[in-house]
Design a protein around this ligand. Structure first.
Ligand SMILES: [Zn+2]
Length: 116
């Protein structure tokens, strides 16, 4: 593992980081900056035309982010529910309505669209 140890190493690392950001802004290969990433608006090339670096994701690439998103959602929603019930003094039904993202002040019985 390469760890920058001198100020020139750190400067080279920050320049490389800026180069990668510039390549991303130009939608070019992050490795070489030559090949385009996309062949159409929402379709990527399988590999870089300049250096051959693969742009394909391995199976399970997004699995870690799904676990993190689920965990953060459970913690935030649970904290919001506890805050509303224990500190705010709302009813359980109102707290659940807020945690689901519904408008707690909207009366569904009075709404003609909800009755249909
Ligand atoms: Zn490339």
């Amino acid at each position: 593992m390469d760890v920058p140890s001198t100020s020139s190493d750190r400067g080279r690392g920050s320049r490389e980081g800026l180069a990668v950001i510039g390549r991303a802004a130009r939608l070019r290969c992050p490795a070489c900056g030559q090949g385009p990433l996309f062949r159409e608006w929402f379709r990527m090339h399988d590999a870089c035309a300049g250096c051959g670096a693969s742009f394909r994701r391995e199976s399970g690439f997004y699995l870690g982010s799904i676990y993190i998103n689920y965990g953060v959602t459970v913690v935030v929603t649970g904290a919001l529910y506890a805050l509303l019930v224990l500190v705010g003094g709302t009813t359980h039904e109102t707290a659940l309505t807020v945690c689901r993202g519904d408008d707690p002040f909207h009366d569904r019985r009075a709404c003609p669209a909800a009755a249909a």
